[in-house]
Design a protein. Structure first.
Length: 380
């Protein structure tokens, strides 16, 4: 494709608008946007200076004739628009989760393969600068043989965030869909993409959330927390998804290793942190410690000097990362740039696709089933 790819956006909230900006950064032609509410979609289109706005997805596909579609709605609303887009021969960029179930995610992946369209799956925090740095250090042998990965985070989320898609499994909610997807992509990007085994448990620490009208942008949902939680007229919705999880995994290292790499993912969505959230990569000859739940940094290296020392981000990595302050927007932009280059025939490194989206969703289904406990209560 020699000309700029034409891009149609689905979703008028935080993700849809962020995707539009990311594609513009990659010099694509964003030709329109589709949303559920006519007034909102026209308002957003005007804000983003887009020539087309509508509420009918299939009509927009016919009118705009996009080369690429970008899906920025909650995961439970992905199957039908992605299916239509693939049938029209569009390449697809989709935010996580790919869908609300492993079966439907696998179906979309197989449909895309059969149609021959390219896909990108926005488990995009693997493009955090210090994660790219860790990948280079591991590849350069800085920690020897990879042995173990540890990802620990506690978000202390507000318990009374208004009830919405993030509280419901059928809508693509839950911390596995919206946190674990990023953590798994981080671990596999540094160690190796082949996931050998998985085990885990989940816990619903929330139970219920207040129902409040007017919440549109996911990023500003905290602004709608009711002032009086004990108001007898307040309506409540029951949440059926996990807010904490513990997952064990084994990865096949892309570098020489005698055994699978052990991984621990521990996330408490409702719990306060005491020490820093962090990600650590342990090896036979050293370790890499990155502060922050998604590896925001700084990065510290323990090597043959037998002490931890902070290591500055290499200039070549800093130069390759878009100069954008917001982590989410910067990571979307990095992935979109790779995706657009690939569509245009420019060689790029492997990036997350619907293959990963399908695999991750099937893994999430297995973790949520939570049926791998061994009863030892009667052992002496």
């Amino acid at each position: 494709m020699s000309e700029k790819p034409k891009v149609l956006i689905m979703g008028t909230g935080f993700a849809g608008q962020g995707h539009a900006e990311a594609f513009r950064y990659a010099s694509a032609d964003v030709v329109g946007i589709v949303g559920r509410t006519e007034g909102v979609v026209h308002e957003v289109a005007e804000k983003l200076e887009l020539p087309y706005a509508g509420t009918d997805w299939e009509q927009a596909l016919r009118d705009c004739k996009p080369d690429v579609v970008s899906i920025g709605t909650p995961g439970g609303a992905h199957v039908e628009p992605i299916t239509k887009a693939i049938e029209y021969g569009c390449h697809v960029f989709c935010d996580k989760p790919l869908t609300a179930s492993g079966d439907s995610a696998k179906t979309l992946y197989e449909l895309a393969v059969a149609k021959g369209v390219k896909t990108a799956f926005a488990a995009s925090f693997c493009y955090m600068p210090e994660i790219l740095h860790a990948r280079k250090l591991v590849a350069d042998g800085a920690i020897g043989e990879p042995l173990e990965v540890e990802g620990i985070s506690h978000f202390n989320l507000e318990r009374y965030i208004p009830f919405g898609w993030s509280h419901r499994s059928e809508a693509g909610g839950g911390r596995l869909n919206n946190n674990f997807t990023h953590m798994l992509s981080i671990a596999t990007s540094v160690i190796g993409e082949k996931i050998l085994a998985i085990n885990g448990e989940v816990r619903n620490d929330m139970g219920k959330a207040p129902i409040v009208e007017g919440v549109h942008n996911f990023k500003t949902r905290r602004d709608f927390i009711p002032e009086d939680i004990n108001d007898p007229d307040l309506q409540w919705g029951e949440t059926d998804v996990e807010w904490s999880y513990t997952v064990l995994a084994q990865l096949e290292s892309r570098y020489p290793a005698r055994n699978p790499v052990s991984v621990l993912f521990k996330h408490g969505g409702m719990h306060p942190r005491f020490n820093e959230d962090h990600i650590v990569f342990y090896g036979s000859e050293g370790a890499i410690y990155i502060k922050g739940h998604y590896g925001s940094g700084p990065l510290f290296l323990f090597d043959d000097r037998k002490e931890w020392r902070e290591v500055a981000l290499p200039e070549e990595i800093a130069a390759a990362v878009p100069d954008i302050e917001d982590d989410t927007q910067r990571n979307w932009t990095y992935l979109v740039r790779e995706f657009v280059n690939d569509i245009q025939g420019i060689p790029v490194a492997p990036y997350p696709t619907f293959r990963e989206g399908s695999q991750y969703q099937q893994i999430i289904d297995l973790i949520r089933r939570n049926d791998r406990w061994v009863d030892v209560s009667r052992l002496l």
